[in-house]
Design a protein around this ligand. Structure first.
Ligand code: AMP
Length: 381
């Protein structure tokens, strides 16, 4: 089955075509700066999709798309798994927009554009939040008045679920442990970063919360901080809510501490003696170590610590730094295995490490394509 995977951001649209029979990627592309018509870019998502159609016609030489899978950031409390999209589902995704104001409207625009062009092609929504719907209430509740939850939806949702789910399955397979019995701590470390506690193969806690701002130190996001920082700065009249939203999401994290959100540049600068870069690495590694320790307890003793995404898969320096702080858990890396480069899932811990440490490359598009083919196939049959 030929599946078109669409990831609509607020001003960009990434796409990939996968043949789910063999799993290979046939073509992919990126439409950028949607809304920036001055630069000749598409005016809206409908126009962006039109460009994708034009590209596909050229690249696929007449082979038709059988189904479309959309990455949807927010599925709220309703969606615990991928769903076949219809009118009502599209509206439900739209109604969740207050929880993901930049992302859900973009996904809806993409869904409608496809519906307009290919009304008969099945479309599937795969939610970033869905994997975390198994988190127990004591972990997803914030200790705030009930009205904030009931009236405003203030609770922990968690994100990167498609990646955490995919990587959990791969890691269990690599270790030969049945997924239903698998306990692990999975660290997705990309430009956005989150860590998930996995018990019985399911998410039981995760570091991102109401929004993707909470938790780890990220490329440009602060992760955890004292909420009073925000209220105090606003009450003192020093900053507006909009200023702080921008600062904490776009100017913080590695970028705030070291001046760049590119982990390669931070690692290189630290090695060259840059104190700010060294501090950024120390703060980021320490934050992750605290989460790993906490989640080791949450899962009842992890059988694996798993690294994935851009930094987790590629930065042996950052993995080493994190692992060095996990001595109390009996974790020890095999230095050569940690250095080795590969696209394959692999174990990088020493044979006598109390907990195996793994690197498992993530592939969100493959997982979205797989889920899409499964649901579209069911709808057909
Ligand atoms: P992602 O969001 O998963 O694409 O990850 C992006 C992050 O991965 C950026 O911070 C990159 O600097 C980082 N990254 C990619 N390749 C490497 C590498 N070889 N070494 C260190 N960091 C890397």
């Amino acid at each position: 089955m030929l599946v078109l995977v669409i990831n609509s951001g607020s001003s960009s649209l990434k796409y990939q075509v996968r043949d789910t029979a063999g799993g290979e990627e046939l073509t992919s592309g990126l439409v950028e700066r949607i809304g920036d018509t001055a630069g000749g870019h598409p005016a809206d998502h409908q126009e962006a999709i039109d460009r994708v159609f034009a590209d596909l016609e050229e690249e696929l030489g007449g082979r038709g798309i059988d189904a479309v899978g959309h990455r949807v950031v927010h599925g709220g409390e309703r969606f615990a798994e991928p769903v076949l999209i219809d009118f009502e589902i599209t509206r439900a995704i739209e109604r969740l927009s207050p929880l993901a104001p930049l992302h859900n409207p973009a996904a809806v625009a993409g869904i409608r554009a496809i519906q307009g062009r290919w009304p008969k092609t099945p479309q599937v929504a795969v939610f970033d939040t869905a994997f975390h719907r198994t988190i127990p209430e004591h972990a997803w509740r914030y200790a705030v008045p009930d009205a904030l939850y009931k009236e405003q939806g203030v609770r922990r949702y968690g994100f990167h679920g498609t990646s955490h789910d995919f990587v959990t399955g791969r890691a269990a397979g690599l270790l030969g442990i049945e997924r239903e019995r698998f306990r692990a701590v999975v660290a997705h470390l990309g430009n956005g970063a989150s860590v998930t506690a996995v018990r019985g193969g399911r998410s039981v806690d995760t570091s991102m919360g109401y929004t993707p701002l909470e938790g780890l130190v990220m490329g440009t996001r602060s992760g955890d901080l004292d909420p009073s920082i925000i209220t105090q700065l606003i009450m003192r009249g020093e900053y507006t809510a909009e200023d702080l939203d921008r600062i904490l999401n776009q100017d913080s994290g590695l970028k705030g501490l070291a001046g760049t959100n590119d982990m390669r540049a931070v690692v290189e600068a630290a090695a060259a003696g840059d104190d700010a870069a060294e501090l950024a690495l120390a703060v980021a590694a320490y934050r992750l170590q605290k989460y790993i320790g906490g989640y080791h307890v949450a899962v009842g003793g992890a059988q694996a610590i798993v690294f994935t995404a851009g930094i987790g898969e590629n930065s042996w320096q950052f993995r080493l730094r994190v692992a060095e702080g996990l001595g109390a858990l009996g974790v020890a890396l095999d230095p050569m295995a940690n250095l080795a480069r590969s696209r394959e899932p692999r174990i990088i811990s020493a044979p006598d490490s109390a907990i195996p440490v793994l690197v498992v490359p993530t592939d969100e598009e493959a997982e979205i394509a797989r889920a899409t083919a499964e649901l579209a196939g069911r709808a057909d049959g």
